[in-house]
Design a protein around this ligand. Sequence first.
Ligand SMILES: C[S@@+](CC[C@H](N)C(=O)[O-])C[C@H]1O[C@@H](n2cnc3c(N)ncnc32)[C@H](O)[C@@H]1O
Length: 280
Amino acid sequence: MEVAPQDVKRFIDETRQFSEYDFEGYSLKSFTRRLEKILTDNSMAMDSLLKKMQKNSKFLEYVVKEITVNTTEPFRTPSIWNKLVPIMKEKFEKLDTINIWHAGCSTGQEVYSMLILLYELGLFHKVKVYGTDLNEDVLETARAAKYRMHDFEEYWENFDKVMSQFPDFDKHKYLDVNSRRGVVKVKSYIAEKPIFAKHNLIKDGNIFGFKFDLIMCRNVLIYFDHELQDKIFKFFYETITPDGVLVIGKHESILSPIQRKFNRIDSIYLKKTEEDVWNF
Ligand SMILES: C[S@@+](CC[C@H](N)C(=O)[O-])C[C@H]1O[C@@H](n2cnc3c(N)ncnc32)[C@H](O)[C@@H]1O
């Protein structure tokens, strides 16, 4: 079912009026594709789609989930995790408390990967980790910390690529793998650590009231247009500590002038000190 730009505009305008969701600034191309898929899958025209979303909150959540892409995996892009390890050691060992925010965390695999890594680094006890997402459904899975074996098994290789630097690493210390039931469950001492909350990056701002030593926001901004990306990058710059780090997705980059305020290693952005900025 074909969706024209004016249909997208109508969808965004109306959704904004009857719900908390505002998709202004999502990149038109992928948004159109997702909307077309929803209409086709449900054999619906735009009119009835919008009506049903307004009447039925479960359906509204379903549409939001379909519009946003939720794919994730443990230790996604291992090369970035490997580059992050020495940075974390250097910056975090001297801190009393480490605050980390995974913005757009989807079902939580990235959050648990981080906690496993912090445990191996001996930093687990002083970390506070927050995972947020627009979508309540994915957050429920994240809180349950229980995954289909298939969703983990496929990525044991990622574990190997990152965790082989820790000679005593044993995944069974962190995960209960039940092959018979086809389930992987994150052990409770890890799963109880993060706080998961609903948060809309576009309009909710810093709901925490403090700054973060590390913000991971990977494979989220790629779905936003450049203007919105720039706004969020500025927000992240202001929301990390003076020595803070921002990690974005492998296929994302900061193009606005704020990039000059960071040193960059791949998709890892290290906030420059005021001195660095002036020397630039
Ligand atoms: C592709 S997943 C990325 C998950 C994880 N960061 C990773 O890289 O594996 C993108 C996530 O961003 C979330 N998202 C999309 N728009 C958002 C917004 N405005 N505020 C917060 N999260 C959003 C989606 O719900 C989805 O779970």
